[in-house]
Design a protein around this ligand. Structure first.
Ligand SMILES: Nc1ncnc2c1ncn2[C@@H]1O[C@H](COP(=O)(O)OP(=O)(O)OP(=O)(O)O)[C@@H](O)[C@H]1O
Length: 275
């Protein structure tokens, strides 16, 4: 069963002064355990698509299913974890208590919460900081807490909207490596929004390229990954990595031109491969 199925989704926002077509007939399937990155120019609807998958908003047309369930049911069943750009931690709670929060909200026992939180805090490398408060942590450490919290309920799907967007390059690369390791350990599927081509290529099995507004999927680039035992450094310096970066860059540029031309000629860019 696929983790996410987006079928013919259009999203139109009606504001008092304007009608904004944010997404136009977007279809995408994310396989169970697959890592998909969404990339595209600012305002192309990446966050909107994530919000629809997370049932934080509803499509104007089309359907979203998560593990075969309607998006609403999946939210109620807590089928996924969410980590967005702002870590969104509660400042008055310790690291451990922040990670425990989803478990607490859903009635886990104190002992079970504590055990799971300690395990996750270790997993993201913050074992020595479990009793610290968020304002005692760097931005990168706060993001790691947010990732730990998103994993609290063993989700088989993670929805991540630019979780590393505000971090310096070094921290960002380190967290990317950690995310890949965590993903290998948990086997979770991931949908990851980013503005960074190298980040998308480093992390994803497939990179979904979107056009400027109204957001459409113009191309899906399969990433030619070196073997799983390769370390991050050699992966980032490999020919395969550069080839993939070039492929995504060309898709982004070409996608813009293709979408513009399609809009001018009243056609829509379809025929992208989805599975
Ligand atoms: N609640 C809303 N009401 C009206 N318009 C909205 C709303 N949410 C998003 N939009 C519009 O929909 C379009 C897509 O926005 P969205 O935030 O999904 O883009 P994005 O690709 O995530 O952008 P960025 O890369 O800059 O974060 C934008 O034009 C935005 O102004």
């Amino acid at each position: 069963m696929s983790a996410v199925e987006v079928a013919g989704v259009t999203k139109v926002f009606e504001t008092r002064t304007d009608t904004v077509r944010a997404l136009d007939e977007v279809s995408l399937t994310v396989a169970d355990g697959e890592f998909v990155a969404l990339i595209g120019p600012s305002g192309c609807g990446k966050s909107t698509l994530m919000r629809l998958i997370a049932d934080l908003d509803e499509p104007s047309e089309g359907e979203v299913r998560v593990f075969g369930m309607p998006a609403r049911t999946a939210r109620l069943e807590r089928a996924y974890g969410i980590a967005f750009q702002q870590a969104g931690l509660l400042p008055w709670r310790t690291v451990r208590a922040n990670v425990e929060l989803p478990l607490e909200l859903h009635g886990a026992s104190a002992a079970a919460r504590r055990a799971r939180a300690d395990e996750l805090v270790e997993l993201v490398g913050l074992g020595d900081f479990a009793d610290h408060h968020p304002d005692q942590l760097s931005g990168g450490m706060q993001q790691r807490v947010a990732i730990a919290r998103s994993l609290a309920e063993h989700p088989r799907l993670l929805l991540m909207d630019e979780p590393f967007g505000a971090l310096d390059e070094m921290t960002r690369e380190r967290l990317q490596g950690e995310l890949l390791r965590i993903r290998t350990e948990t086997g979770a599927a991931v949908v990851f929004v980013t503005h960074s081509i190298p980040e998308a290529v480093f992390l994803a099995d497939r990179v979904v390229v979107m056009s400027p507004r109204p957001g459409r999927i113009t191309e899906i680039v399969d990433i030619d990954r070196p073997d799983a035992t390769a370390d991050a450094e050699s992966m980032r310096e490999s020919d395969a990595f550069f080839r993939s970066v070039t492929a995504v860059r060309e898709a982004l540029h070409g996608g813009g031109a293709a979408a513009e031309s399609a809009a001018t000629h009243g056609a829509s860019t379809r025929g992208v491969e989805t599975r």
